[in-house]
Design a binder for this molecule. Structure first.
Ligand SMILES: [Zn+2]
Length: 380
């Protein structure tokens, strides 16, 4: 199972709220706590992601290991957990919920959980009415587990106003341990004072980690040193390439950039010829659409000979009807919008607000060989 766990959420397909999974008694074996349940969830995640190497990032409350150890069916589970925590494969915190929601909000990586987080609706408004970001393990046939989308529902005004009041009290330090707002942290670049460190530095790696807050200070996870502010983080927008509903690639676009996407759009463009099957690539223009990113807003222009269709999907009633974009027309390409270049080949705006991949990193990637008809990985 270890090979499906990761200490780096940048490579994770799913976040796991571990404590409720280990304690959930309708999956796996009977008993109060069992890691066998996690194994079933890993199988389900691999299946859903259609990726035999899918990785999960686990977050757990300290209380999972501390105390009540006799509740584990297998005493060896406690040792396995201790080993995972030591190796960073389980992030162990006082408050796992806050960390899970923070990571989900910042990265858009879906969460495997049983919790509706009703007490966190004010701090994390994206929970309200959310049907995309949360998955619940449910019993499947023959002792297997399936991951079903969890409808988070909308908490009532009364519930929210009560929570708002608590939040105000909390901000004034009148309520329990304070969780500081962190947007001022994630909108900056950070650098570790250790010159060899590549975790956060935008000039050294192909992706950057979000800083860990320790005692209210952004701190290097590896060196435990206070990070140095390295200026504002460039705004980015992320576009996903979907093939028959599965995401085959993500492209992080830098603010101020103009990017041409098509079969073979030339230097600095996003070439689809190796990414989609040849017979469909043939129906995509050499330069099909042009995306322009300004101040976080993405505009799309159809420059194709074959035409492009557009639809919104974020509405309350599900995806809207496909409409022709119109050659030469330019329109805003918002979160939830989809552009269909040819049948089953769709560009979608990613929900990730702070992608870990650096802007324009795809320009440095080696294009895949072959016709793109091989294994398709769903990337959430
Ligand atoms: Zn460091």
């Amino acid at each position: 199972m270890d090979r499906h766990l990761t200490a780096d959420f940048a490579e994770a397909c799913f976040l796991v709220d571990l404590s409720p999974v280990v304690r959930r008694r309708d999956i796996g074996e009977p008993g109060l706590r069992s890691l066998r349940r996690l194994a079933l969830v890993v199988d389900a995640a691999v299946e859903l992601a259609r990726d035999p190497d899918a990785k999960l990032f686990l977050v757990a409350d300290r209380s999972l290991r501390a105390g009540a150890r006799e509740e584990f069916n297998d005493p060896a589970d406690v040792r396995v957990l201790r080993d995972w925590v030591r190796r960073g494969l389980v992030e162990e915190l006082e408050d796992a919920d806050g960390r899970v929601l923070e990571l989900c909000e910042m990265t858009g990586i879906p969460v495997i959980t049983y919790d509706y987080y009703r007490d966190a609706r004010v701090e994390f408004p994206f929970l309200q009415g959310n049907t995309d970001d949360f998955l619940q393990p449910t019993p499947g046939p023959d002792g297997t587990v399936r991951l079903m989308p969890l409808d988070m529902g909308v908490a009532s005004d009364a519930q929210i106003s009560r929570k708002s009041e608590e939040t105000v009290l909390k901000k004034q330090g009148l309520l329990g341990p304070q969780r500081k707002p962190r947007s001022e942290v994630v909108r900056r670049n950070w650098r570790c004072p250790d010159a060899r460190c590549t975790l956060y530095d935008t000039r050294k790696g192909s992706s950057v980690m979000l800083p860990r807050m320790r005692g209210g200070v952004p701190t290097c996870d590896l060196h435990s040193l206070e990070l140095v502010d390295d200026g504002p983080r460039t705004a980015t927008a992320q576009v996903k390439l979907m093939l028959d509903g599965a995401c085959v690639a993500r492209f992080t676009l830098e603010d101020g950039s103009t990017v041409r996407i098509g079969r073979r759009p030339g230097p600095n463009g996003i070439a689809l010829h190796g990414l989609v099957p040849a017979e469909r690539a043939a129906r995509i223009s050499r330069v099909h659409v042009e995306l322009r990113v300004t101040g976080g807003v993405v505009r799309v222009e159809d420059v194709s000979s074959y035409g492009t269709r557009w639809r919104p999907t974020a509405g309350k009633t599900g995806p809207g009807p496909w409409r022709d974009l119109g050659t030469g027309a330019r329109r805003e390409f918002r979160g939830g919008d989809e552009l269909e270049l040819t049948e089953g080949v769709v560009l979608a705006r990613s929900g990730r607000r702070f992608p870990t991949e650096l802007a324009q990193e795809w320009q440095r990637r080696t294009p895949p060989s072959g016709g793109g008809s091989g294994a398709v990985t769903r990337m959430y």
